[in-house]
Design a binder for this molecule. Sequence first.
Ligand SMILES: Nc1nc2c(ncn2[C@@H]2O[C@H](COP(=O)(O)OP(=O)(O)OP(=O)(O)O)[C@@H](O)[C@H]2O)c(=O)[nH]1
Ligand SMILES: [Mg+2]
Length: 451
Amino acid sequence: MSYLNDDPIYALCTVYGVSAIAVFRVSGKGSVQLVNKLLSRRISKPKDKALAFRKLQYDGKPIDEALLTIFSDGHGYTREECVEISIHGSVFIIDLLDRILGRIGFRKALRGEFTYRALRNGGLTMMQAESVLSLISSKNEDQQRNALESMAGALDESVSEIRAKLVSAASVFELQLDYSDDEYDEEPSFPSEEISFARDRVSALIAGYEVSKRRFDGVRIVIFGKTNEGKSSLFNFLLKDSRSIVSPQRGTTRDYVGEEAVVAGQRVMLYDTAGLNESDDVIENEGIRRSLAKAEESDLIVYFVSDDSAEYDKIISRFESDGKPVIRVRGKSDLRKHGEEGRVSGAIDISCKTGEGVDELIAEISKRISGILKTDEGDMLLTSSRQENILRRVLAGIERLEKRPPVEICAMIASEAICDLTELIRGTASSSGEISEEVLDEVFSRFCVGK
Ligand SMILES: Nc1nc2c(ncn2[C@@H]2O[C@H](COP(=O)(O)OP(=O)(O)OP(=O)(O)O)[C@@H](O)[C@H]2O)c(=O)[nH]1
Ligand SMILES: [Mg+2]
């Protein structure tokens, strides 16, 4: 079954269950005619939209009283002939009408098929369709606000602005291509302002999407450092559960352990890792390799420093200079004599035995999480990984452009990026406007039936 048909379809649009009212939507050519099979007083296609109150019946038997909202082509959500049938929300009546609509000539709608029709009929762009999905699944005010703005076209506008800059950059390259070398005596100009505008905007959109993913899945915090410093003890302390094995033996933790936790009121993904150590043990070394990989992909590192961790401090400094936030701690403060605590390079002294310093650490984690999840007020956020993937491709192109390759190559890269941005908004870059089945499946299969 394909989205590409325009036969009359139907689905329950409200949640299945007992409620005051339930709404079925039917849409497609001939919908009004088919609905008339259930009515003794017929309805006709209005100029744009109309309301009608009717008794529904089938095979001589009454079904319910219903309020019909009737739309003509070009109106309503789907922008095609469509009727929304509001009935009483009884599960029996819902089941009955569901069977009857199937019997009188409607086909059950696929997931998101109404929204797809809205898209095909010009009522929505692909990005707006994706924001409908994002709105339905929004779980907090930020997501809801962003989805609403994006549905109203703010994200389309933002992408169109980037596209316009690239079009003007492309025209500079094309102009230079039109002149042969001898006609062109000046140093060819490079549209650096347009390109850097595009780069900044595209990077901001991608970074914002990373943030929204982190808000959804939780910031990833990795506890990292030498063996036997108390990493697993801190992991268990923060988790309020003795999940990781703790022992005085070096190299106790041999693989990373990840758990969802709530730290400072925030849902996070917390990872305990194998301690860094000079070792001949193949398994321990594999554990260390995994610790490094986890630290690399984390959003925040809690690093145990000690007097003899200089070798590993270098690894941490490298992460930090790549922009990774790091909090330094020094464990087992209860074992140090008073006066000995002399902080090592701004580290927080903690003890998992007495709990000392842990509140200070949690406050610091909370501060860093706020920094990681910060977006600029008014920034638009992407609503799907399809959008992110396309923008990453565009960004890679822009970065190639910034190396100023020969003008023919510049022209080609710019034109590819323009096509990508068209595809981003419309779901296709093809001139026929047809969206590939693959994209349709990717986007619309995430919808529910009835939307
Ligand atoms: N006195 C005291 N002992 C601690 C503290 N934290 C951990 N320990 C002890 O130190 C030892 C090592 O603790 P772990 O939490 O297993 O250390 P680790 O860093 O996970 O070690 P590896 O998994 O081997 O890398 C255990 O015997 C703990 O009981 C602390 O704050 N104070
Ligand atoms: Mg451990």
